[in-house]
Design a protein around this ligand. Structure first.
Ligand code: FAD
Length: 452
């Protein structure tokens, strides 16, 4: 870690020179990789002081959230403690939620951390920076739909995903123990938004509910009693992906008995159900909102930085914000130009990964006085995991020379490799290989679904 104070000789008097302070806010898909790489490159040799601030204590790669929600993955096996990662990779981790920015004083303002009983853990404070990287991700966009906060679970954090899973298990235990027939909506799950998250969750829930019930919940017949509703406002599922992927996913979900509603706009969420704009009511005791994302609201007017209508910080191709050369933004919270497509880079883990790799190479060069090179997004395609049933998607770019539809085992391998790349950036090859082996062994000796 770069706590050591260097010295500069100024005419015979040694004047302390503090290391350059790089503060990264948000230890997600982009920010944690960046903190790790910069810690290894600069922090270890005392060339810069790297600080990561996150409101959470542990990191989970967000694309795993639907598997945690379905119970097909154990959170404890995949979470990474920030304090430990910081210790191993020569950066500092500081807990707390960023609430503001003082650009004049070059300070990130972080709110106090308090325990459930109100006892303060850490006070409100400011963290000085020379270079600041904002990587605070995105939140669910409910588009102002009434009832979302009260009646739906949004898959934003591991806690939310685990809460959904607990409610799913409780719903099954309740149905198992009751004498009377199921009520309308009982054991029915409505997923709003049929983007990749909603589609993946539907397939994963189909599999995991069957596995859960197989552990002795013999009064529930999954085909008869459990219904999954997938609701999408566009005229097809996976509207952002090529039609061929959507067709393959629609066919598979149809074969599983998932009820898919397209061109179905949600007007409101009501107790135990979803009200559509055309007046239909879909009864469901569990509702997941997975329709769209926006950046956190505190980014609006943050120190006068430019933002767009979904609160993203507008950045140039160098990933520097438009109004401050020393403040960068990466990942979902950045509105970054995708010049080849005349669009914005989509909010995806592969974009956050590429941006952090770029900055981990170029920030050290900037410190050495070199000009920053622009970053270009390379779209390698999109893959949608349909649980253990299949994986579908398209591979693009130089990797295959054209847009190639892929399905099945090869697509699954490519899908898994995105997470492996993230793990590799955090841990290196040997630890990833060992962890993978341990998880494979555990899969053979433990239930395939979390039972509590
Ligand atoms: C269920 C689900 C499935 C997905 N599947 C895929 C997929 O298959 N492929 C794909 O490419 N993408 C997928 N995504 C999108 C992908 O997860 C995101 O694009 C990616 O995680 C963005 O990375 P990030 O670093 O910008 O933000 P995140 O990974 O969201 O990390 C943000 C971090 O910032 C912290 N934070 C937020 N606000 C503050 C604050 N004010 N102060 C301090 N800390 C803060 C958070 O605690 C978090 O650790 C999926 C997303 C979800 C929700």
């Amino acid at each position: 870690m770069a706590d050591a104070v260097q010295s500069r000789n100024t005419g015979g008097i040694d004047e302390p020179v503090r290391p350059h302070r790089i503060v990264i806010v948000g230890g997600g898909a982009g920010g944690l990789e960046l903190a790790t790489q910069l810690g290894d490159k600069l922090g270890r040799r005392g060339k810069a002081e790297i600080t990561l601030i996150d409101k959470a204590r542990a990191h989970l790669w967000k694309p795993l959230l639907h598997e945690i929600a379905a119970g097909s993955m154990d959170l404890g096996h995949h979470e990474l403690e920030y304090l430990a990662q910081a210790h191993w990779h020569h950066f500092r981790y500081r807990t707390g939620e960023m609430i503001g920015l003082d650009r004049g004083r070059r300070e990130v303002l972080v709110g106090p951390v308090v325990e459930e009983n109100g006892t303060e853990v850490t006070p409100a404070r400011g963290y000085p920076y020379d270079t600041l990287v904002l990587a605070v991700g995105s939140l669910t966009n409910d588009f102002g739909t009434p009832g979302v906060a009260e009646h739906a679970i949004c898959l934003e954090t591991p806690e939310e995903a685990a809460r959904f899973h607990r409610r799913l298990v409780n719903a099954c235990l309740r149905a198992q123990s009751q004498e009377e027939p199921l009520r309308p909506g009982q054991l029915q799950v409505a997923i709003i938004g049929a983007g990749a998250t909603g589609v993946e969750l539907a397939a994963e829930l189909h599999k995991s509910t069957r596995e859960l019930v197989a552990f002795g919940l013999d009064r529930i017949d999954p085909d008869r009693d459990i219904t999954l509703h997938l609701i999408e406002a566009a005229d097809r599922i996976l509207p952002a992906l090529p039609p061929r992927i959507a067709k393959a996913a629609t066919d598979l979900l149809g074969g599983l008995g998932v009820k898919v509603y397209t061109s179905a706009r949600v007007a409101a969420l009501v107790p135990n159900g979803v009200k559509l704009a055309d007046g239909r009511i879909i009864n469901a005791e569990l509702v997941v909102w997975a329709a769209g994302v926006k950046a956190p609201a505190f980014l609006q007017n943050l120190g006068g930085l430019e933002t767009n209508t979904t609160n993203q910080l507008v950045v140039r191709e160098t990933l520097q914000t438009t109004r401050d050369d020393d403040i960068f933004a990466i990942g979902d919270c950045a509105a970054c130009p995708w010049t080849e497509r005349n669009a914005l880079v989509p909010p995806r883990a592969q974009a956050a990964h590429q941006q952090s790799t770029h900055l981990s190479k170029h920030l050290p060069r900037k410190l050495a006085g070199a000009r920053l090179a622009p970053w270009h997004y390379r779209d390698f395609g999109s893959l949608v995991s349909l649980g253990e049933y299949s994986t579908v998607g398209s591979l693009m770019g130089k990797l295959v020379g054209r847009n190639l539809f892929v399905e099945g085992y090869f697509a699954r391998l490519m899908y898994v490799s995105l997470y492996k790349m993230h793990e590799y950036a955090l841990h290196g090859f040997i630890k990833v290989a060992l962890d993978t082996a341990v998880r494979l062994i555990n899969r053979r000796t433990e239930p395939q679904v979390k039972l509590h």
